[in-house]
Design a protein around this ligand. Structure first.
Ligand SMILES: [Zn+2]
Length: 459
């Protein structure tokens, strides 16, 4: 029984952080984990004191919003350079979203052609579409479905109305799949944006009030109630204020399947402090709001947040250079910065940053999307997807990023560490300077059997 590779370092497992630990890999899977003397192996990599983390699972990315399916290539390059070994991609590809078996097949084919990292897929439905393709997509292995209460684009990112939302929730009720919601009330947002435009407000400071917390929270509450009636898993894919997580928690405590996700930029930026410098570079929807960082961190500590993601959007910077904030595209690149940004926030708050990173960026999303125990933790039998992260003060410079976008709201920001190596299925994929795995090394990952909720509770 010969071991292919031993990786030494500070190994972060679900149970312990092993100083002078090791991970032994055989045939692309983790064979054993321990500390002290390691088994003999064909190859050894000693990462010194650096953290050996499970490969990060980014639970919310948009690889194809701009470039379409070929966007999988730069997005997964960026993933691998950021220690992200599996990304969960949203369905809103250019020119049309993933809402049929044929589109699913085309995207899986594109993954096997373009991907440097593993990719799991959300599906969606189009307004008025018959729901028979939903069960087909479930069988194909999508990890969940996503819809929006707000129309960002009639063809690529449409709005699904309440009646159809309820139908879809009922169709998914018997499954473990979440229905994710982009939670903004269309009429409130359109009215407030029109009012702000008329008043001549056009800077980033006008963005949050133009899509006020009321629009976000009312949409969240409405959806939670529809899902409770249907007995389905409601997942709010981004929440910008603590009240949203508290609404979700209220339903969860009543026994309904309800969860909320936080994107890391809500823990980093504040328009009052950063708006002048960043402008549209910090425009995301729902907006990053003034004065929320500390209370959102508290939501995390209090256990009301399911996991943390990047919501990486692959928009070129041109999309941000508009006279009015209301004409600028929403979304920011963020996959390559997810791990260092989250680790840094955790450390600044005095938390056990390595443990929290493994928990919120790997273990939780793996369980959530049915990928556990194959993914999400360094334990025997799991896929050997590994991120090595060294604590070292690093100033972020997006010109060195692998996403091909060359801009980031994190430019010039100080991170507490950086990714120095990434392994995918036991093979070196990133060596700290370059992507070294091949195009197509990433695989499509289907939803497996793990459940987020221990027992199905409803009604
Ligand atoms: Zn998103």
């Amino acid at each position: 029984m010969s071991i292919d590779l031993v990786v030494r370092g500070t190994v972060v497992t679900p149970d312990a952080i092993l100083r002078k630990g090791w991970v032994a890999i055989k045939g692309g899977a983790i064979h054993s984990v321990g500390s002290g003397e390691a088994p003999a192996a064909k190859e050894t990599h000693d990462a010194g004191d650096a953290y050996v983390l499970p490969g990060i699972i980014d639970g919310q990315t948009h690889a194809g919003s701009y470039m379409g399916l070929p966007g999988i290539e730069p997005t997964t390059r960026s993933a691998i350079a950021g220690g992200v070994t599996t990304l969960v991609d949203m369905p809103y590809d250019n020119p049309e979203p993933l809402s049929s078996g044929a589109q699913f097949s085309a995207k899986v084919e594109a993954i096997h052609r373009y991907a440097h990292a593993n990719v799991a897929l959300y599906g969606t439905i189009m307004p008025g579409q018959p729901l028979d393709e939903v069960s087909q997509l479930v069988e194909c292995g999508v990890i969940g479905f996503k819809i929006s209460a707000f129309e960002s684009s009639p063809t690529r990112f449409p709005r699904i109305d309440a009646a159809m939302t309820l139908d879809l929730l009922e169709a998914l009720a018997a499954t473990d799949l979440p229905l994710g919601l982009h939670n903004e009330d269309q009429e409130i947002v359109r009215s407030r944006v029109a009012r702000a435009r008329a008043a001549g407000s056009n800077g980033i400071a006008a963005h949050s009030p133009s899509r006020p917390p009321a629009a976000e929270l009312a949409s969240t509450a409405h959806f939670l109630e529809l899902a409770a009636s249907a007995g389905a898993h409601a997942h709010i894919v981004h929440i910008s204020v603590p009240r949203g997580f508290q609404l979700v928690d209220h339903y969860a405590r009543d026994g309904y399947r309800a969860t909320g996700e936080l994107c890391v930029h809500y823990l980093w930026f504040d328009p009052d402090r950063d708006g002048d410098g960043l402008g549209a570079r910090m425009k995301v929807n729902p907006p990053i709001r003034p004065g929320q960082i500390e209370s959102l961190w508290q939501e995390l500590i209090d256990g009301r947040i399911a996991f943390v993601s990047s919501d990486h959007s692959s928009w070129p910077i041109d999309n941000k250079f508009t006279d009015s904030i209301f004409d600028a595209g929403a979304g920011v690149p963020g996959m390559e910065t997810l791990l260092p940004a989250f680790f840094t926030v955790a450390k600044e708050h005095g938390a056990d940053a390595a443990r929290m990173t493994a928990d919120y960026l790997a273990e939780r999303p793996a369980r959530f999307f049915g990928l556990w125990p194959q993914k999400g933790a360094l334990r025997p039998g799991a896929d050997a997807d590994i991120a090595i992260f060294e604590e070292m003060e690093t100033i972020w410079d997006s010109s060195r990023a692998e996403d091909g976008l060359c801009w980031s709201p994190y430019d010039g920001r100080r991170f507490a560490g950086r990714v120095v190596r990434t392994y995918l299925g036991g093979n070196l994929a990133y060596d700290g300077n370059s992507i070294v795995n091949k195009l197509g090394a990433g695989r499509f990952v289907a939803r497996g059997a793990s459940k987020w909720f221990q027992k199905d509770k409803a009604q």
